[in-house]
Design a protein around this ligand. Structure first.
Ligand SMILES: Nc1ncnc2c1ncn2[C@@H]1O[C@H](COP(=O)(O)OP(=O)(O)OP(=O)(O)O)[C@@H](O)[C@H]1O
Ligand SMILES: [Mg+2]
Length: 236
């Protein structure tokens, strides 16, 4: 069964008298444990689509099913609870809390949404910091870390609740090419290790090919779907 199914999915923003058709009838499916990118020029609808899949906004028309939930039908409280239990987010701007250490940033979602004991939380945080290769940086504050290291903290924070799906909107936009590719590969390794589905957006052609499936958006339409260079079983 697909993890995400979109049927004739549309989103129109209305501001005053102005309507913007940001998504125009998208149809696609995303398999569990896959590694998928949405690419396209600025304004093509990438963020809009990720916000819909992340239950941060509602579609205007069509059907969107995420992990068996018809997310358009959820009210605010149900959306919040669904986000907390099924989803992780990685943002372009990292969104780390500057007054918290790397360890505390990663621990934060566990404190917020789960009732884990302090020692259980510690086990979970240390394991995921180790997986993303920054255990030795756990006591550093964000402004003491490089862009790539901060993004590793953001990946760890998205994974610590063991979500089924991680959504990453332009996760490499502020990074140089080598660091960007490393972060994408790290996410793919995390998919391999935890079976988490990753969906990321980018307009960087150099990182989009790290995905197994690449969906291209143009002016709110899905115009092209291709297999990336690193299909599962095809990389070491
Ligand atoms: N909150 C909003 N209200 C009105 N229009 C919006 C809103 N958010 C996005 N739009 C419009 O919807 C369209 C799609 O925007 P979106 O942010 O999804 O594109 P994007 O592919 O993420 O672009 P970028 O690469 O610049 O991040 C654009 O025309 C944009 O101006
Ligand atoms: Mg965007």
């Amino acid at each position: 069964m697909s993890l995400v199914t979109a049927v004739d999915l549309s989103k129109t923003y209305v501001t005053g008298q102005v309507e913007v058709k940001a998504l125009k009838g998208l149809n696609f499916e995303i398999e569990p444990a896959s590694f998928v990118s949405f690419v396209g020029p600025s304004g093509s609808g990438k963020t809009t689509l990720l916000n819909l899949m992340g239950c941060l906004d509602k579609a205007t028309e069509g059907e969107l099913v995420v992990a068996g939930e018809h997310v358009n039908a959820l009210d605010r409280r149900q959306s919040a609870s669904f986000r907390g239990s099924f989803l992780g987010f990685i943002f372009q701007s990292f969104n780390l809390l500057p007054v918290l250490t790397a360890y505390e940033n990663v621990e934060y979602p566990l404190v917020m949404i789960k009732n884990e004991s302090k020692s259980k939380r510690k086990d979970m945080v240390l394991k995921v910091l180790n997986s993303v290769g920054i255990l030795d940086l756990k006591d550093k504050f964000p402004d003491q870390l490089s862009g790539g290291q901060r993004q590793r903290v953001a990946v760890a924070r998205a994974l610590v609740t063991q979500p089924k799906l991680v959504l990453a909107d332009e996760p490499t936009a502020n990074l140089d090419h080598a660091t960007a590719r490393n972060v994408i590969r790290l996410m793919r390794d995390m998919r391999d290790e935890f079976g988490t589905t990753f969906i990321f957006s980018t307009h960087d052609p150099r990182v989009m090919h790290e995905a197994e499936v690449i969906h291209t958006l143009e002016d709110g339409r899905l115009t092209h779907t291709e297999q990336g260079s690193d299909r599962r079983g095809n990389h070491d």
